[in-house]
Unconditional design. Structure first.
Length: 436
């Protein structure tokens, strides 16, 4: 009797599980069908190919597995070195001016104004840049700004808008076309200009599986860097070679990137010490003086002059990473075991005074913030629950949604700061005689 009951219960549980999976799949399918950028991808591909573009048949736009994040997905295995996308030079809205005002005003806006007469009309219709709601679009006096709690990029969130309105518009109000052109430029432009199809790929420095080639005609090819299994997203990078930190990625694109993350900030307190005392180790070893690097007999050259931590996982991080260590970001995929070896070697060459200074700065920064990591985790759960209820009632406040992004971001930043102290305590560094 007992076995029969268990068998019946197991059968019911299995049926319920299957029903739940089917319901989730149906919800996901319904969500994709209602998303014009997913359902309309076939039409966009037709336009792209009709103008000389090439895109592999095994590529679609869909939700990345287990998420509601829209991205480019492989529907079947794709071997390494396969040409995935080729955007001919004739389809690139080329970067013709070094002056960014002219590039937006003379190249992008006239094509937007042309409407259906523009060759890029389908491309513009398919674009959803304005829906990203990046920090530049946040209400300057809204909750989201306060929720950053003064962490970077506080004070820099609207610099692009300020620049465009002040320099390009000479203080005049921005039109709807100005907004669309500027946000497209900020979130989609490559070094060579706006590149249709290529700009639909998502960013992931840890799982990058493509490489780029630009030919003499300023055409762009996307090539598989590795074998890409069916169902895997197709990724590029928005921060190649470590030239942009996780702070920059959030400020420019509105999301907290997955690992690896490169966090940076400036400690005004330490900089003041080095200004008052030229013999202070902070300045003498190059942490506050770009010209001091070559005076250090170890020739230790950090990636930037800011405080930085390269966070590979929740428990693995490199303090004050070098340019060589950071260069991998966006240029290759590196196994965790390789990261562990490289970081251990890096720390063995990093002065303990530098590691201690970074840890002190991280602890001081954390102590000065109004909420702790644990409090933020509770706040996030409550805010998301409240937002979900509002969504069910169709009463979502955009400022509330932006505030949640800001809280998620500051939480990730705080976790990076906390990890610095743990790494500084457990790792082996180079002993020197000049403790800070």
């Amino acid at each position: 009797m007992r076995l029969a009951q268990l068998s019946t219960i197991a059968s019911v549980v299995f049926v319920l599980h299957c029903a739940l999976v089917a319901a989730n799949a149906a919800d996901s399918k319904s969500s994709e069908e209602n998303d014009p950028l997913i359902s309309g991808f076939g039409n966009f591909v037709s336009w792209f190919r009709s103008h000389g573009g090439t895109v592999d048949d095994r590529i679609i736009i869909g939700h990345e597995p287990g998420t509601n994040i829209r991205g480019m997905i492989a529907t079947a295995p794709i071997p390494a070195n396969t040409l995935l996308i080729h955007t001919p030079g004739s389809l690139v809205l080329k970067k013709q001016y070094k002056n960014r005002c002219l590039q937006i005003r003379e190249i992008i806006i006239p094509e937007l104004e042309a409407g259906i007469e523009s060759k890029w009309h389908t491309y513009f219709e398919f674009d959803d840049s304005l829906g990203h709601n990046i920090p530049s679009q946040w209400d300057r006096s809204g909750r989201a700004m306060d929720e950053l709690q003064g962490l970077p990029p506080s004070g820099e969130t609207h610099r692009h808008i300020n620049w465009y309105q002040g320099v390009c518009k000479k203080g005049k109000e921005m039109s709807d076309l100005d907004w669309k052109a500027l946000i497209m430029y900020l979130t989609r432009a490559a070094d060579i200009g706006l590149v249709p199809m290529y700009d639909l790929m998502n960013h992931h420095n840890g799982r990058i599986n493509t490489r780029l080639e630009v030919d003499g005609e300023r055409a762009l090819s996307v090539i598989a860097l590795t074998d890409i299994p069916a169902g895997e997203p197709i990724f590029l990078t928005y921060a190649r070679g470590g030239t942009e930190s996780s702070v920059d990625v959030f400020n420019g694109y509105g999301f907290v990137e997955d690992y690896p993350q490169l966090w940076e900030w400036t400690d005004e307190g330490l900089m003041q010490l080095s200004r008052k005392n030229e013999n202070h180790a902070y300045g003498r070893y190059g942490m506050g003086n770009a010209h001091a690097y070559r005076e250090d007999d170890l020739q230790f050259v950090p990636n930037t002059e800011h405080h930085e931590v390269l966070m590979i996982s929740p428990t693995l991080a490199a303090l004050l990473p070098t340019k060589a260590l950071v260069y991998t970001l966006g240029n290759a995929r590196r196994p965790m075991a390789d990261w562990e070896k490289l970081i251990a070697a890096h720390h063995s060459n990093l002065r303990i005074s530098h590691a201690n200074a970074l840890a002190d700065s991280a602890e001081r920064t954390l102590a000065g913030l109004p909420t702790t990591i644990e409090e933020d985790e509770l706040i996030i759960r409550e805010e998301k629950s409240r937002l979900k209820k509002a969504a069910n009632l169709s009463t979502v406040d955009v400022d509330d949604a932006d505030a949640i992004r800001a809280i998620e971001y500051r939480l990730a930043f705080k976790k990076a700061l906390r990890l610095i102290s743990a790494v500084a305590e457990r790792e082996t560094f180079l002993n020197d005689s000049d403790e800070l």
